[in-house]
Each structure stands twice: as C-alpha cells, then as structure tokens.
Design a protein around this ligand. Structure first.
Ligand code: SAM
Length: 303
C-alpha cells in the first residue's frame, strides 16, 4: 500500500452506509453573511488541515504541482478567502500577477492584508464568481476555484466566464472533495444525531455534493475540451480531542447542523451533540492511540 492511500476497502464500505445521498445546500448569501463574515471558520480549518495531516505533501504542494507555474503567469483565484493559498503560491509567481475575487468583504480584506507589500502585483475584487464582467477576455494563464464552487449560484455562467477570461493554453483548477471525505467525522456526528433522535433532514451530506469530485467532470466537460481529475488522500490524526472539536464545531458548523438558524436546534441540543461526538473521539484515542479523519480530495484541471 502506498502510505498516502488511506482509504481502505473497509472505509469504502462504511462510506456507503454512512453518507446520505441528499446533501445540504446553502446560498452564496448565507456563506457571505454567516460563514465568512469573518475569518474564523477558515482560520480553524486551515490550521487543523495543515497541523494534523499525515500526507507529507501538503494541499499547497499538490496545487503547485497541478498549476505547473513558471513564475510569469497571471492568476485569478475565485473565492480566494483569506489568501492562505495565494500566500503559498505567491513565490511561484514572482514575475506574474495575482487577482483575488471573493464576495465576502471581511475575508477578502484579510487576503489583501496577507499579501500586502509583496512584489507580485495583486488586485482584489469583491464580487461573485459567476459574474466576471469586470475582467477582459484572455486575461489569465491560470484560474482557480478551490473549495468554493458549491456556493456559486450559476455554475454554467461561471464556467462560461472562466473560459472567456482564460488565455488559450491556460489551466482552470477546480478543487473540491468527495462527499465521503472526512468520513469518520460524519460517522461520529450521525451516530450522535441518531442517539438523540434528531430530525431526519439533518442527515444530509456536505454541500459539496452539488459539484463534488465524484460528479463534477461531466459538468465541466460541457465547457472545457479537456478535463483531467487529480485526486489525493490524507489522514488527520488527533491525540487530543480539543482541536478536532474546534474543527467540527467552528470549521464545519457541526457538519452543517448549526449552519443556519433553526428553532429546533438550540444551544442545549448542540451542547449534547458535541458531548456525544467528543465521547466517541476520546474513545478512539484511548483504544487506537489517535482519532483518524480520512480525507478524499482533489482537483479538476480543465483546458
Ligand atoms: C471554503 S472557502 C475557500 C477559500 C479558499 N479558496 C481556500 O481554499 O482557502 C469558500 C470561499 O468562497 C467564497 N464565496 C462563496 N460564494 C462565492 C461566490 N459566489 N463568489 C465568490 N466567492 C464566493 C467565500 O466567501 C469563501 O471565502
């Protein structure tokens, strides 16, 4: 076994059992006004994904490989968030340029500050990824949309626009997950919900189900001649429940159970949910030595 192939046949079988076919859906406004009204959610996720990973090749390393940068490219990042990825890519664009676009002003401002003073020219656009009318035809050598496409209202318009602003020979990288990524987190969550007799509609998969690594290629093939899928796996391993619980509660809104106001779900419900999830994590740490969260992620590379 390659030591970065963490998905065993047992986990594949478990995924069939655990991950619901229906997924959550959130509007781009919910994302802007709730999830990304500040950088907290992104900060927690980025820290945990990086600090607890087992794959020696980081997400940034995978992206650097995907994008095949020579240093002179003009790059557009759709849904750039707080600029974490752009900061990592910037040294590979020393003689190129960066344009970051996001519809959430607070995270866009964090990205601007993060890259302030660097020699790579940067511009920042507050707007939606399905309206690139501010940008000219054939303007970019690389366009990226990492872990954000499920929030974009009009996917077909977004891909038509990306095609328009991308220079011939350029690459569009769309990075997302499979809905059975981080299976063990969903298993602990759904086990706890079940024990609490929670409402049926909370048993839904990640909103990334709208365009996931499993179903995205046909949607992209309608707009791009060549769509290649590059996947990689990782395993987050926790020997202390606290960072996992921050990842679950703040980074993933309790697997979406607390994403939107819901009068059925008060603080008492969430406290009990956390306590039940935490008990499972502590048990795994006690018996296995760590709690594992196995990731299945990757990029579509479109030309
Ligand atoms: C999970 S974050 C990913 C951030 C960054 N791409 C990364 O990988 O670290 C999703 C980002 O998409 C942004 N977003 C949501 N809907 C958007 C839209 N319609 N157009 C542009 N950005 C959007 C959010 O504000 C947020 O910054």
């Amino acid at each position: 076994m390659n030591r970065t192939d963490f998905r065993t046949p047992d986990l594949d079988a478990l995924a069939q059992e655990i991950i619901p076919k229906q997924h959550f859906e959130f509007s781009t406004e919910t994302a802007r006004d709730r999830f990304f009204k500040d950088t907290r959610m992104l900060d927690v996720k980025q820290h945990v994904h990086n600090a607890f990973r087992t794959n020696p090749t980081s997400m940034l390393d995978h992206m650097i490989g995907n994008l095949a940068l020579t240093g002179t490219e003009d790059l557009l990042d759709l849904g750039c968030g707080n600029g974490f990825v752009l900061e990592g890519l910037r040294p590979h664009l020393a003689d190129g340029s960066i344009t970051g676009l996001d519809n959430a002003p607070a995270v866009l401002d964090a990205a601007r500050q993060r890259l302030h003073g660097t020699a790579t020219p940067c511009s920042w656009i507050e707007g939606s990824a399905d309206d690139l009318s501010a940008l000219g035809d054939d303007t970019f050598d690389r366009v990226m949309a990492n872990y954000m496409i499920h929030y974009v209202p009009d996917l077909s318009r977004c891909f038509t626009e990306v095609r328009r602003v991308l220079r011939p020979g350029g690459i569009f990288q769309l990075t997302t997950d499979r809905t059975d990524s981080m299976l063990e987190m969903y298993q602990a969550h759904f086990t706890a919900l079940k024990a609490m007799g929670a409402p049926e509609d909370l048993f839904r998969a990640s909103p990334k189900g709208r365009l996931s690594l499993a179903n995205g290629a046909p949607q992209l093939q309608a707009h791009f001649e060549d769509v290649k899928t590059v996947t990689w796996q990782d395993q987050l391993r926790f020997t202390d429940p606290d960072p996992f619980m921050a990842f679950y509660e703040v980074g993933h809104n309790h697997c979406c159970a607390s994403s939107e106001p819901d009068e059925r779900i008060g603080e008492g419900f969430l406290r009990e949910l956390r306590s039940r999830v935490r008990a499972q994590v502590v048990k795994a740490i006690d018996t296995e030595g760590f709690f594992a969260v196995t990731k299945y992620t990757g990029s579509f590379l479109c030309r």
